[in-house]
Design a protein around this ligand. Structure first.
Ligand SMILES: *[C@@H]1O[C@H](CO)[C@@H](O)[C@H](O)[C@H]1NC(C)=O
Ligand SMILES: *[C@@H]1O[C@H](CO)[C@@H](O)[C@H](O)[C@H]1NC(C)=O
Ligand SMILES: *[C@@H]1O[C@H](CO)[C@@H](O)[C@H](O)[C@H]1NC(C)=O
Ligand SMILES: *[C@@H]1O[C@H](CO)[C@@H](O)[C@H](O)[C@H]1NC(C)=O
Ligand SMILES: *[C@@H]1O[C@H](CO)[C@@H](O)[C@H](O)[C@H]1NC(C)=O
Ligand SMILES: *[C@@H]1O[C@H](CO)[C@@H](O)[C@H](O)[C@H]1NC(C)=O
Length: 842
């Protein structure tokens, strides 16, 4: 496989779709190669390398941590929340099922670790019991299985202290959830042996990561304290090992590590994948709070105390950091390449954050002779410093790039990278004028953010179970009427709708009215089916939030909306509801998924990829639009939303590729706008992945896309007829003849049309495949195939701004109407091409 790591991490040769880490530069490759060299039976894989590099970083620093401002720290002393009664999810009836599991009658989605013998008493070694809870029921174990959509599980931890002598090894599609009212402590023993108290992807013999890290979807870890402090400081120890991809999250986790001199603890370690989001994490102590290497990620609300290095960025293509607080550390973000002739980090966008009592806020290696020349790019916006000796250090020379302060100051803006205004490239190192922030998007001076609600203060009697209300969730029964009844009644009564795990088939539109609060278990699925959604010329909505003109708030989390079979007219979600900017509606971990799973009737057996054919299989046209934010909608916060048209069969033993056609990804037409997209992605839709049309006031970062792997066979004009009423792009300027096949018509990653104040903080738009071959994206091969990735209109779009734009496989990074404004060739980076700022200047 040309996109494997070669001698580094050999991924399964069946890896069909998502790339592993292509062509990483030699610096990171040599660093990563030592990860696999350290693969051995005691599980201490990978950390050796990271720790060695980081230990060098620490040793190289001549500076001791500065005196802490104890007043600033006292408010943040680690405290466990007092138990306030029982968490609703612990006490509610557990009736969730996995509809398409081969052994549905016996398969348990919900597993309480105490039911498997865990004690949580701080004395008993609970490792084996917790592992039994995870593995029960013939699940998708690392090394034994590549992925699965039929064995999802929620492993629940009541409050308590769980003593662990080795790793909790998580499996595919597993949510590990603690009681948020009384956060369980996962306490490593003094002699702990394993790579990660939680190992999200346990290395297999030969140093191979299981599953394929870019295929690890649908999993969460939340509400835990991970305590490494019983492990001697000088012993390497890791809180969570987390190479993952889309629709994954870490949330509300406290990492406790030694801050003794010479500590070798690290909280979080990621070396591969295609994320994803992490938020609400607190790190105490450690050599590295977090070590991050992954194509892209959105990371929000992370707080570090007393680490040597808060964040060590080993490689990336693009990364979005928001609301990061670094306190009493030596280095804040260390993104400097260890090989001075080769950048390993592509780019970082970092904003709304603070550094306090820290020696060096940013350690970077980029300078005038950096290779590749756009490597190591950085954009900083609204970052405050308090007693920080050096704001930015040039790592290789140890020379200051930007001075710090003994008092307080704010970096309003600082950029190192390529800037287009909208022409360029201008190679900038220093301050620029940052984009004006629309007031409606901002709260307390920062872009608004809000974490997924846990409803921890509500008793289980405040929840209406959808199965208790008569829905079956078996993937066969038509549940439309039963679901609607529960949803309507709950909204009227102020109750929370609880979607027990299951696949709920619907044959008509479901309405979620204002005041609804809906939470799923283990990604409960609403699946459209039947003739109602099958007409490509008369699309119908599967889940509609509000009627046009409705005002109010809806909260929705932890679910998937999907389709079964030919559904060419299905608009999976339409949002009509208007909410105030100060109290927006929200979607958290709500994903759409079209095809590639058992029961979808859009599997390998139905829709195998057929590059040699030019015929469109109408049985595999499913999904008109994945998510439509309609004209009347406003005030909508989305976090961790992945709109996925499957490119491979998740349940096929070889993950073979499939061709499924869905028309459009995320369409925002909201007139009043005020939309936040935090850690969202949209993949493999025919005409575009994101389109903002006649809207305004959008905050988005990081957004990530992939072009369909079959395109341009056929191209973007097939099979969905052009719909001018929703401003479909016609691609006429790229394909003058309506019938032209050729390579010209491929889906836009992002199209902005007649919109105002569209602010993108990090984007990764990838065209890895053309007609199922990778020759067009292989770095260095020359002939990129996709013409353009981003397009906006000059006449009516105002205030369009992008930080950290990374593209793969496309010649034109940005088009203004029909004019190419940014060409990839001037901006080649570690693997993608990167520009740090695009400013429409209009
Ligand atoms: C900063 O980066 C350089 C590599 O450029 C590295 O050698 C050094 O250890 C890093 N950290 C500090 C504190 O200088
Ligand atoms: C940030 O994370 C902390 C710790 O989990 C949490 O208490 C706080 O509410 C979060 N803040 C925001 C704005 O999400
Ligand atoms: C600051 O960090 C150092 C370790 O780097 C630690 O020894 C010291 O106690 C910390 N100060 C406070 C107030 O936590
Ligand atoms: C930057 O963030 C701070 C909060 O950390 C806020 O008070 C300030 O207004 C923000 N500045 C800008 C320019 O957004
Ligand atoms: C599944 O697909 C087959 C043909 O591939 C078709 O005959 C059948 O009706 C489909 N079933 C559903 C529920 O879409
Ligand atoms: C797509 O690739 C196949 C080989 O896998 C080739 O036979 C076919 O002609 C290609 N189609 C187009 C339209 O390029």
């Amino acid at each position: 496989m040309r996109f494997s790591w070669g001698y580094v991490l050999v991924l399964p040769s069946v890896l069909g779709e998502k790339l592993t880490i292509p062509a990483v530069d030699s610096a990171v490759r040599s660093q990563l190669s030592s990860f696999s060299q350290y693969a051995d039976s005691n599980g201490r894989v990978g950390q050796e390398a990271a720790l060695t590099a980081a230990a060098e970083a620490a040793a190289a620093s001549t500076v001791a941590p500065s005196d802490p401002d104890s007043a600033a720290l006292t408010g943040h002393i680690l405290e466990q929340r007092q138990a306030v009664g029982s968490y609703w999810y612990e006490t509610i009836a557990h009736q969730g099922i996995s509809a398409f599991n081969a052994n549905r009658a016996n398969y348990k989605v919900y597993r309480n670790v105490k039911d498997y013998g865990a004690k949580g008493d701080g004395k008993t070694d609970d490792t084996a019991a917790i592992q039994r809870a995870i593995s029960d029921g013939n699940r998708c174990a690392p090394g034994a299985c590549l992925s699965s959509s039929t064995t999802n599980a929620v492993v629940y931890f009541p409050g308590g202290t769980y003593l662990l002598s080795s790793s909790i090894v998580s499996y595919y599609a597993t949510n590990l959830i603690g009681n948020p009212d009384n956060m369980p402590v996962l306490k490593a023993t003094n002699g702990f042996n394993g790579f990660g108290v939680i190992d999200g992807a346990q290395y297999q013999p030969g140093g191979v990561l299981p599953y394929g890290p870019t295929n690890i979807f649908w999993r969460q870890v939340r509400n835990f304290v991970i305590d490494l402090t019983a492990i001697p400081a000088a012993v390497e120890a890791t809180g969570i090992h987390w190479p993952t991809a889309q629709a994954t999250s870490l949330q509300n986790i406290i990492f406790k590590m030694s801050s003794d001199s010479g500590t070798k603890h690290q909280g979080l370690f990621i070396e591969a994948g295609s994320g994803g989001i992490m938020n609400d994490l607190v790190f105490y102590g450690g050599l590295n709070g977090a070590v991050f290497g992954n194509q892209q990620f959105t990371v929000r609300n992370l707080t570090f105390y007393n680490a040597v290095t808060a964040i060590y960025q080993i490689w990336d293509w693009g990364w979005t950091y928001k609301s990061i607080s670094v306190n009493n550390c030596t280095v804040g973000l260390d993104m400097a390449s260890r090989d001075p002739s080769n950048e390993a980090v592509g780019s970082v966008t970092f904003f709304d954050s603070s550094f306090t009592n820290t020696k060096i806020a940013f350690n970077i290696s980029r300078n005038a002779i950096t290779q590749p020349s756009s490597g190591g790019s950085l954009a900083i916006e609204n970052v405050s410093l308090k007693n920080v000796a050096l704001a930015i250090q040039h790592g290789p020379s140890r020379l200051p790039i930007l001075a710090g302060t003994t008092g307080s100051t704010t970096i309003a803006s600082w950029v190192s990278g390529r800037v287009y205004n909208p022409t360029g490239p201008n190679v900038v190192t220093g301050a620029i004028t940052p984009p004006a922030r629309p007031a409606s998007l901002v709260a307390k001076g920062r872009f608004y953010e809000r974490s997924k609600p846990s409803y921890a203060t509500l008793p289980s009697t405040s929840f209406s179970s959808i199965r208790a209300g008569g829905a079956r969730g078996d993937g066969v029964t038509d549940d439309t009427a039963a679901l609607q009844k529960v949803i309507t009644a709950a909204a009227a009564a102020g109750r929370v709708v609880y979607f027990d795990a299951g696949t709920y088939k619907v044959t008509r539109t479901l309405l979620i009215p204002a005041k609804s609060r809906i939470v799923g278990e283990g990604y409960a699925v609403i699946m459209s089916s039947g003739a109602f959604f099958a007409n490509i010329n008369a699309p119908q909505v599967v889940v509609q939030v509000g009627n046009p003109g409705d005002v109010g708030v809806v909260e929705w989390s932890d679910m998937i909306v999907s389709t079964q079979g030919a559904q060419a007219g299905a608009i999976l979600i339409r949002w009509n509801l208007a909410s105030a900017a100060e109290s927006p509606s929200g979607m958290w971990d709500v994903h759409t998924r079209i095809g590639g799973t058992t029961g979808s009737n859009l599997s390998y057996a139905n829709c195998a990829a057929a590059p040699k054919s030019t015929l469109v299989n109408s049985a595999c046209i499913s999904g008109y639009t994945s998510l439509h934010v309609a004209k009347s909608a406003s005030g909508l916060y989305m976090e961790n939303v992945w709109l996925w048209v499957a490119d491979h069969d998740v349940d096929d033993a070889a993950l073979r590729q499939i061709t499924v056609y869905a028309g459009r990804g995320l369409l925002i037409e909201s007139t009043a706008g005020t939309i936040w997209l935090v850690g969202t992605s949209s993949e493999h839709h025919v005409r575009y992945q994101y389109q903002f049309s006649n809207t305004q006031n959008i905050f988005a970062g990081q957004i990530q896309t992939e072009t369909p792997y079959y395109q341009p066979n056929p191209g973007s004009r097939q099979p969905f007829p052009l719909n001018a009423a929703i401003d479909d792009p016609n691609f006429d300027f790229l394909c003058p003849k309506a019938t032209a096949p050729g390579t010209c018509a491929e889906a836009w990653g992002l199209r902005v049309s007649a919109s105002r104040n569209v602010l993108i903080y990090g984007a990764g738009f990838y065209s890895f495949f053309n007609n199922y071959t990778t020759s067009c994206s292989d770095k260095g091969a020359g002939a990129l195939c996709q013409q353009g990735m981003v397009q906006y209109d000059a006449a009516n779009t105002k205030g369009f701004w992008m930080y950290g734009l990374n593209t793969v496989g496309a010649v034109g990074m940005v088009y203004r109407d029909t004019t190419k404004m940014v060409d990839y060739s001037q901006n080649v980076n570690v693997y993608p091409s990167t520009i740090m700022v695009f400013n429409s200047n209009s």
